[in-house]
Design a protein around this ligand. Structure first.
Ligand code: FNR
Length: 407
């Protein structure tokens, strides 16, 4: 809406506003390894393809002669999220609002896309009033990301060490709490990395790079460092090969947890907990029974299981089953404002933006990430406006604004 408010003073953007061109442009700016890592998917790419195709099965039907409320542009804020800062586990829904219904999805090793990496992305998110979810696989320490994010809303994504390493889980959680992260997103679909042909073709694993930037959180963790020294008789820096291997095994421990283990996290994390990677009604119901505050309906952008379902396809069933009891976040395949509108209309409260902001980071650092977030929000706002929907709240944006195209 800023075009109308400022008059037609178009400024040249740092790169195109066309979201489907960002991937190709960004790939030209990165090394083949980095491009392969971010654009790559599991196996034949079938799950990722279905993620995108699923959006085309729903269409937004515009309503006419709807009177606008407020200033005349749709209200994009999200209210009543249990998962926001200031809310505590088990408490009532907070009255804290997010100004926009999106957040930056957790994405690891961002320094392979731009030297400023997570610092640039976290700063851009804060300036754009969009929550930043920091990955356990970040290439920057927890404390430095918090500093770059300033007084922005920040959440932390956990790759969950096995029960034998609860000492490390506790250490990470206490660092995260001290650094002002207000919610914990626990990723359940990546206890081991998927079969990713692009990375294998390039002989590339970002976590095992010789500069070790994929293991920043481990290498800066006092408990990991102390226990490593005890076991190996030297500092992590003296045997980086062993340290990287041990950290990688710690955060990708294989099938080692059960639903029972959620209690441990609840004992050691007072804020809201969100389980990321839920794709079935049964697991969503288990999440309710476990007493967590939210879930992310996600298949990791199709990077983990090949031959899987689209994430959007399972969203409505999960919303119908547990939408009243949990905050439902959604990701996998979102590329533009209309995609966000459809996921919200199907019952998600907030969408995580994944690859698009990483392309922004590669194309223009902090400014590039801000450009992507601004583009997606501007596009969303006008899409809702033109569809005659005065707000992104479920009261106005629900399934009545969509029609299902025939298969
Ligand atoms: C991811 N994703 C991810 N998720 C997570 O929980 N922890 C992580 O460290 C990462 N790292 C990561 C790296 C890269 C390069 C990508 C592309 C993705 C998954 C991410 O949070 C989100 O689920 C997907 O990106 C959503 O799919 P689309 O929209 O990007 O296709």
């Amino acid at each position: 809406n800023s075009v109308y408010q400022k008059g037609l003073q178009y400024q040249r953007p740092p790169f195109t506003f066309k979201p489907l061109e960002w991937e190709a442009l960004a790939s030209q700016r990165m090394s083949a390894e980095s491009a392969g890592y971010v654009t790559g998917n599991a196996g034949t790419g079938e799950t990722a393809r279905k993620n995108r195709e699923a959006f085309g099965k729903w269409s937004i039907v515009p309503k006419r002669l709807v009177k606008a409320s407020g200033e005349g542009f749709p209200d994009l804020s999200v209210t009543g999220l249990r998962t926001c800062a200031g809310n505590v586990a088990g408490g009532e829904k907070g009255d804290k609002r997010l100004p926009f219904p999106i957040a930056c999805a957790p994405v690891g090793v961002q320094r392979i896309f731009n030297p400023e990496g997570e610092m640039a992305a976290a700063a851009a998110a804060a300036k754009s009033h969009v929550p930043y979810i920091m990955s356990t696989a970040s290439s920057t320490s927890i404390e430095d990301v918090a500093k770059a994010n300033g007084d922005g809303e920040r959440w932390f994504q956990l790759y969950w060490p096995p029960n034998e390493r609860q000492d490390i889980t506790k250490s990470i959680l206490s660092r995260v709490e001290k650094a002002g992260f207000s919610a914990l997103f626990v990723t359940l679909d990546t206890y081991i990395l998927g079969w990713r042909p692009s990375d294998m073709d390039n002989g590339y694993n970002p976590f095992l790079r010789s500069d070790q930037i994929g293991v920043a959180i481990g290498m800066t963790d006092p408990v990991f460092r102390a226990t490593f020294k005890e076991k190996h008789g030297c500092e992590v820096e003296d045997d980086m090969g062993a340290a990287v291997a041990e950290w990688t095994r710690t955060v990708f421990p294989g099938m080692s947890h059960t639903w029972e283990d959620i209690k441990f996290l609840q004992e050691h994390w007072k804020g809201p907990i969100v389980l990321k990677g839920i794709q079935t009604v049964e697991d969503a119901q288990q999440a309710v029974a476990a007493g967590v505050q939210g879930i992310v309906v996600s298949n990791h952008g199709g990077r983990q299981t090949d031959g899987g379902n689209s994430s959007l396809g399972v969203l409505p069933r999960i919303v119908d089953a547990v939408g009243e009891q949990l905050d439902i976040f959604f990701d996998s395949g979102i590329r533009c404002g209309a995609d966000i509108a459809k996921a919200l209309a199907l019952g998600a409260k907030c969408c995580l933006i994944g690859r698009p902001y990483v392309y922004g980071l590669a194309l223009g650092g902090e400014e590039g990430v801000a450009h992507v977030l601004k583009s997606m929000l501007g596009d969303l706002e006008l899409t809702l406006h033109l569809a005659g929907i005065p707000s992104s709240s479920p009261e106005h944006l629900n399934r009545s604004v969509l029609v299902k195209e025939s298969d």
